[in-house]
Design a protein. Sequence first.
Length: 309
Amino acid sequence: MKFNIITPSYNQIQWLGRCLASVADQSTGISPLLTGKDSAHQNNTVSVHHHVQDALSTDGTKRFMQEYAERIAGIIEKRDLTSYYFTFESSADEGMYDAINKGMDTTDGEIISYLNCDEQYLPNTLSFVNSFFNEHPECDILFGSTLLIRPDGTLIAFRKAYPPHRVYILTDHLYLLSCGMFFRRKIVDDGIEFNASLRYSGDADFVVRVLKARYNAAFTQRYLATFAMTGENMSIEEKAKREGKALFTRAPLWAKMLKPLLTITRRAEKFVYGAYFQKTPFSYSIYVGNELHRQSLIAQRASFRWKKQ
């Protein structure tokens, strides 16, 4: 099964390398940039095409990607790797969701996801997702759990997935993070892409339309990715809140009237599925500081609450 991972990029060079490494080692076992006895090996079960769609960054991103692409091309030829493929484009776009659409048009894999520059996949995420879709052919879109981390990699909070419901999202918020979302290409082939006119809530809008069209959704409480709270994340801007209010206008009248009750019901469902709880200590492995080795970190305490640092 072939994966297409799209990374929209704009002036995020300080995070991009870690993101790239976390995707590359999904198919090669370890960072493909390592040399010598630790060199990457082939994992034939997961094929990955990672495409970065950059919006004419001015921080050196284009040059960085050119150099990375050249290094990867040499490594692929030398080690005869066929499970990992990297491309990039630097061109003007109309925003992040337009960039994702362009990336999806550039690639042709069966399973699609998008991973922002400040996000990473945890080890063996794509192998797990590959198995999940093979074992559940009825599943069209999968939502996984996510860890919220600081720039130094330490844990802020966990976000465990629980069943997605359209009315919950319309009347409250998208409680499933996009870095843990994977979907079959048939959704795109059927005409559902991201709304390029949106700047902050395109993921929520996309999920709402997918659920409305009655595609089969599933979730897993396995942690699939990390989301770094850099202080510059788009989702915390005031404009994002205004777009969220616009989504609320699309909710059915009964849902608008029952919003407080729906919020209570969603939280009760979250409790039932254990999404408020996480045993500690637990460990996770991410790239911190360089793109050659993952670093294992241990969370002695864990909370579902995100408090601004």
